[in-house]
Design a protein around this ligand. Structure first.
Ligand SMILES: [Zn+2]
Length: 300
């Protein structure tokens, strides 16, 4: 991400267009901050996402459906899931709202704000350390913008397995594990136990023969301590309407800020000295100035 950020493309055809896009970005930035502030997800829900093995399963999780609602309300567009790997999710936006802010074409990858929102959501709300990279962008001529989220394996192991998995691993280690017996003891269908085994295999806790691996026995030594860190609270989608109004409030706050910052309409033709003055003005507002330095390459 750092590398692409340093090659900032020229995105705007006019200064007026730049300002109008920056105002919209400022609003989106406020909405992202409000959304992320109020959307902490309990591990029991993150775990359901981490146990998904295909995109259909991901689409069915409450967490993913919440993300779709949240990212749409942030103003980033409709989030979709393209691919699931052991420590990786590939998301996309087919109608990327960020790309729609810029008229100029083929300027390279530009959706830093979306990468950043995904990063902050996973790290702060889902409690999964990760890195996020935009791998395809509509502004490069692709049909959609694509984002790869690479999860830190230790963070995944911390959350992905619960106490039932732990009991299963214990029995596997002591060679006492039997699917039918385990299902009966835990009041589960055998199919559900089989699915848990597949998850353990995908995380390399057990091998193809369902024998414990080195990762598995190491994991089990720390598992109880990790699970003790788990907090139980309601998932954020239980209070979606409150989050929605928090986002809306931030939006009107951003609007009010813009009104006081820009009491007069902008002129279409602006000379360079005016741009410099305006940049000086913008410095008074921290986030606006940050946006300018991120997204606009002023003429020399
Ligand atoms: Zn993009």
């Amino acid at each position: 991400m750092g590398e692409s950020r340093s090659k900032t493309p020229v995105l705007f055809e006019s200064f007026a267009e730049a300002i109008s896009s920056l105002e919209k970005l400022t609003k989106i930035e406020s909405k992202i901050a409000a959304a992320i502030d109020s959307s902490r997800v309990p591990w029991k829900e993150s775990r359901k996402l981490l146990k998904c093995m295909n995109t259909a399963q991901v689409s069915n999780t409450s967490l993913f459906q919440f993300m779709q609602a949240l990212f749409f309300q942030m103003g980033l567009g409709k989030l979709e899931i393209l691919d699931v790997g052991r420590f990786q999710f590939t998301f996309c936006f087919k109608e990327c709202e960020i790309c729609n802010l810029y008229r100029s074409d083929k300027s390279g990858k530009i959706c830093f704000i979306t990468s950043d929102a995904l990063l902050r959501f996973f790290v702060k709300d889902v409690d999964l350390p990760c890195s996020v990279e935009e791998t395809k962008c509509q502004k490069e001529g692709h049909g959609h913008c694509e984002f790869k989220v690479d999860l830190q394996p230790l963070g995944v192991y911390k959350i992905a397995l619960d106490a039932v998995d732990g009991a299963m691993i214990d029995q596997i280690i002591s060679s006492k594990f039997d699917i039918a017996k385990f299902a009966e003891e835990n009041l589960m269908e055998e199919e559900a136990v089989e699915y848990r085994l597949q998850v353990l295999e995908s995380y390399q806790i057990v091998d193809k023969d369902r024998k414990i691996t080195e990762i598995g026995s190491t994991y089990q030594k720390f598992a109880q301590g990790l699970r003790a860190l788990e907090e139980d609270f309601d998932p954020p989608w239980k209070s979606l309407s409150e989050i929605t109004s928090a986002i809306a409030a931030k939006n009107s706050f951003a609007e009010a800020m813009n009104e006081t910052l820009n009491p007069e309409p902008f002129f279409i033709t602006v000379d360079k000295s005016e741009i410099v003055n305006l940049t000086e003005e913008a410095k008074k507002s921290k986030s606006f100035a940050e946006l300018i330095s991120k997204y606009v390459k002023l003429a020399e």
